[in-house]
Design a protein around this ligand. Structure first.
Ligand SMILES: *[C@@H]1O[C@H](CO)[C@@H](O)[C@H](O)[C@H]1NC(C)=O
Ligand SMILES: *[C@@H]1O[C@H](CO)[C@@H](O)[C@H](O)[C@H]1NC(C)=O
Ligand SMILES: *[C@@H]1O[C@H](CO)[C@@H](O)[C@H](O)[C@H]1NC(C)=O
Ligand SMILES: *[C@@H]1O[C@H](CO)[C@@H](O)[C@H](O)[C@H]1NC(C)=O
Ligand SMILES: *[C@@H]1O[C@H](CO)[C@@H](O)[C@H](O)[C@H]1NC(C)=O
Ligand SMILES: *[C@@H]1O[C@H](CO)[C@@H](O)[C@H](O)[C@H]1NC(C)=O
Length: 581
């Protein structure tokens, strides 16, 4: 996905909320595992403390903040569990810097000027739990340095000028529970495999990252909280959050969302809290929240809601799912009579709504196997659309169970290619709060016949030798018109006309092409002739080759024999001369 360089103007409130959250989480002390075995031994002889730091040997805590350090100090005691190097001037973290700190649990390197983290920079930190690298100058995720961090739980990379997140950026740290990638303002690209391997991740922050599309988050099956606020998502697509079956909280505030497409939240079956506040939403697709059985905290305020027929289902859902006195959820912007009222107050009695109208209903289709096909079903954008298949399955915009079939944005059922087994009745079912509309079409897939496939084989053979036809011939009888056959005939006829042994039956270029049935015979005949010629030429060539080879061999043998004789003669002569002398 591409991301723009420009940062979208996030609303002040969202910024405040995000920053408040950051402060809260940053302020809370990191969890320390109950491994206090080291403290008793270290207290007896407290090791020396680096001069730039203050150490509390009992707690294993070493603090070296705001000392203008340009590199990590040497001599940090080996029993250190917390090392705080924040707000210094460190630009490079070299390999093996912390090699002896086997007990280190928290390493704070935030607010430095780190541009590079070498491979091996964190080697030896087998017990590291939290690594903070926020507010630095990293332009890449230092994936290579994460190699040895087998117990890492939290990784903070917020506010670095990271430009892209490649595939497997974090697969060396599958133990991660929390990952903060917020405020990556230079981010332009997130690979589809960026989050591969993070099976245990529970919290992910991608807020204020200049994203224009929700990245592929499907590897994050254990994710419980996702922050996406402050980005720029003009639309959320169907199944945008595929695979996030454990997600409980989803925040997408201040992201300029104007359209949420049908089935966008399918698969978020565990969702409890959904924050869509401060966006540009006027309506949501009918029954968008139907799969969200546990949703009790929708935040919909500060959106320009249209309180007409399209809001009926949402109002009913809110009344049913929320406490009766709740005023949580957005106010009407239109129509003028409703302006300022709560979404919740939209009543069916005050409106005249009608069931969805199918402006483009599916039509019966005869088609041969292997071709692409589309069955249309166009209706209002906010009406729900589902397709009932011949086998009883129901397909929605989010369905991925049928690889050849997809329900497109406009409701069309698209086949990448049809099979004979697809034959049957397809029903489009559109629904809104006022009712439903169904339309069916029969898809008749004709199996590709055996001889037809044989013809197509010859087509590929002849197309290579024949010049392309100057103009395609018009189909003569549309009812009996079979595109595959006619095309084959045309190509073959033109191909043979240029050939050396063209049969006399070949029609002139000016005469209209023959009807498919007569041309079929011609095809057979010309094909046979071509094959015959081809076989004959091949046989002749083979015979000539063999003859030539034999001739050459005989000639060679004669040549070697004469050569041997010459040698013999010479040797004999020499031997005779030597014997004589
Ligand atoms: C908000 O949505 C409306 C359509 O619902 C659209 O015309 C308008 O351009 C959107 N505004 C912004 C800022 O995206
Ligand atoms: C809404 O009702 C709940 C109990 O159902 C009550 O605790 C709460 O105070 C009420 N809130 C308001 C604003 O009335
Ligand atoms: C499909 O083929 C059948 C039989 O040839 C014909 O009756 C029917 O009209 C065709 N349907 C379409 C949509 O072409
Ligand atoms: C729809 O099907 C056609 C083939 O008929 C295919 O080329 C196209 O990519 C499909 N579109 C989508 C969005 O799947
Ligand atoms: C459309 O089909 C659905 C499911 O079979 C059914 O519940 C509904 O009543 C039908 N609506 C109409 C108008 O036929
Ligand atoms: C399906 O198409 C084939 C070939 O066009 C035709 O012979 C057959 O009658 C069609 N069947 C139906 C049910 O339309």
């Amino acid at each position: 996905m591409r991301l723009p360089r420009r940062q979208p103007p996030a609303s002040l409130l969202a910024c405040l909320t995000l920053h408040a959250w950051t402060l809260c989480t940053a302020a809370s002390p990191p969890q320390s595992s109950p491994s206090s075995s080291s403290s008793s031994s270290s207290s007896s002889s407290s090791p020396p403390c680096p001069s730039a730091c203050s150490c509390s040997g009992q707690l294993g805590k070493v603090v070296c903040t705001r000392r203008g350090l340009s590199r990590a100090p040497s001599g940090v005691p080996p029993n250190t569990r917390y090392l705080n190097l924040m707000e210094n001037n460190i630009g490079l973290v070299q390999a093996d810097t912390f090699r002896h700190l086997h007990r280190l649990e928290v390493l704070q390197l935030g607010r430095n000027s780190i541009r590079q983290v070498e491979v091996g920079a964190f080697s030896g930190l087998a017990n590291l739990n939290t690594l903070e690298l926020f507010d630095n100058w990293l332009t890449v995720v230092p994936s290579g340095a994460f190699e040895y961090l087998s117990k890492l739980r939290e990784l903070w990379l917020r506010n670095n000028p990271i430009e892209s997140i490649p595939s497997y950026a974090f697969n060396r740290v599958p133990s991660l529970l929390r990952l903060d990638l917020g405020e990556l303002k230079k981010l332009e690209y997130i690979s589809d495999g960026a989050f591969e391997g993070l099976d245990n991740l529970k919290y992910l922050n991608l807020g204020m990252c200049n994203m224009r599309e929700v990245p592929n988050l499907s590897p994050l099956g254990g994710l419980e909280e996702l922050e996406l606020s402050g980005n720029h998502f003009p639309r959320l697509r169907p199944a945008a959050f595929r695979g996030l079956r454990s997600l409980r909280k989803l925040w997408i505030m201040s992201s300029q969302i104007s359209l949420i497409e049908r089935n966008a939240f399918d698969e978020l079956t565990a969702l409890v809290e959904l924050n869509l506040a401060h966006n540009n939403l006027s309506a949501l697709p009918h029954d968008l929240f139907a799969p969200l059985r546990f949703l009790v905290e929708p935040h919909l305020h500060h959106n320009p809601w249209a309180c007409g027929c399209e809001a009926l289902w949402l109002a009913a859902w809110l009344r049913e799912s929320l406490p009766s006195n709740s005023s949580c959820c957005g106010r009407c912007h239109a129509p003028p009579a409703m302006r300022g009222r709560f979404l919740l107050d939209v009543e069916r009695a005050a409106l005249r709504c009608s069931a969805p109208f199918l402006s483009d209903a599916p039509a019966d289709l005869n088609i041969s196997e292997g071709r692409g096909a589309a069955l249309r079903c166009r209706t209002a954008a906010m009406a729900a659309v589902r397709w009932l298949l011949p086998d009883g399955a129901v397909l929605s915009h989010a369905s991925a169970s049928r690889p050849r079939l997809a329900v497109l944005h406009d409701g069309t059922l698209n086949f990448s290619h049809v099979l004979a087994a697809d034959t049957g009745l397809y029903t489009c079912m559109a629904a809104n709060a006022a009712g439903s509309a169904n339309a069916s079409a029969y898809l008749n897939v004709t199996a590709a016949e055996l001889d037809a496939s044989a013809y197509s084989f010859f087509t590929t053979v002849t197309v290579e030798t024949a010049a392309p036809p100057r103009k395609p011939p018009p189909p003569t009888a549309p009812a009996a018109y079979r595109p595959a056959y006619t095309a084959t005939a045309t190509v073959l006829v033109r191909g043979t006309r240029r050939g050396p042994s063209a049969p006399t039956a070949t029609p002139d270029a000016s005469t209209p092409p023959p009807s498919p049935h007569t041309s079929l015979d011609e095809v057979m005949r010309t094909t046979k002739i071509i094959i015959g010629c081809f076989v004959a030429v091949t046989l002749l060539a083979a015979a000539m080759l063999i003859a030539f080879y034999k001739l050459r061999k005989r000639h060679q043998r004669r040549a070697t024999v004469t050569a041997a004789r010459t040698v013999e003669i010479i040797q004999v002569d020499d031997g005779g001369g030597g014997g004589g002398g």
